[in-house]
Design a protein around this ligand. Sequence first.
Ligand SMILES: Nc1ncnc2c1ncn2[C@@H]1O[C@H](COP(=O)(O)OP(=O)(O)OP(=O)(O)O)[C@@H](O)[C@H]1O
Ligand SMILES: [Mg+2]
Length: 290
Amino acid sequence: MYNAFFGFSEGPFSLSPDPNFLYRSEQHEEALANLIYGVQARKGFVILTGEVGTGKTTMLECLRDWLESQYIEFAFLFNSRINTQQFFEMIAYDLNLPCERTSKTEVLFALNQLLVEQVQQGRTVVLIVDEAHNLEWEVLEEIRLLGNLENRNGKLLQIVLAGQPEFDRMIDQPNLRQLKQRIVLRYNLNPFTLRDAVEYMESRLHKAGMAQNTVFSEELMAEIHLRTQGIPRVINAVSDNLLLTAFAQEQKLCTTEMLDEVCRDMRLEWPGSRRQRPRVPEESFERTRF
Ligand SMILES: Nc1ncnc2c1ncn2[C@@H]1O[C@H](COP(=O)(O)OP(=O)(O)OP(=O)(O)O)[C@@H](O)[C@H]1O
Ligand SMILES: [Mg+2]
């Protein structure tokens, strides 16, 4: 909507997990390196956790790109509210297994064949499950059993599970300790530091076609970081609304007043936000002063 006004070739702050807009913060870089290493070294289980909106799905999309570039077969389950029957059907569908997809026995048989075939060619197969905190215990148990398939050189199926921090707590439960023992690599994504948040916003503006950031001042970005608490998705939502507000006012530079308005509209809360509201207008302050 405001792209032409600011000279963007596309929206800089979209909410989709698009690897083309990837900002390689140190931790995102490390997270991706862990995922790739886990697959390459055939480590079996790799876990990625992080608060809502910190970039887990984006990392998985980057992993997907890498797997495609390496011609590695994979299944990507992004809907984890499934029962065991649906779980096997989805794996069979994604890996295009030549079998009756509604029969668990047939799917397991065909999967095993694929794993053996791939390992003979020096390759591996990957199962990616996003939103793993929503998985039912029975499905997690099936995943654990799939993770048992191995030959002398390592696991035949690499399993990447991504979820919110409660997933970490879930696998700490006694009935999941068998799964926990098998997890070799674990990585947690944290919100951005101020420096990362600033570089993140600038990198997005740059990728959208603005060579030099002329819309957000340093102070405004610090304020955005504070109010969004460094969560990338919230930074995107706030920044997008800010640009829209500036566009509506035909201003090329976003201001703190615009940020206040956006935060009010979004009902955004951050540490200390309640102390600042409601704002008392100056005259009424004058009137009540003794
Ligand atoms: N390193 C990054 N580079 C570019 N964009 C990012 C990065 N990290 C997060 N984002 C952006 O932040 C938003 C949220 O990211 P994403 O959907 O990957 O989070 P999530 O952790 O999967 O959230 P949820 O817990 O809700 O599933 C997306 O718009 C995504 O593009
Ligand atoms: Mg996600």
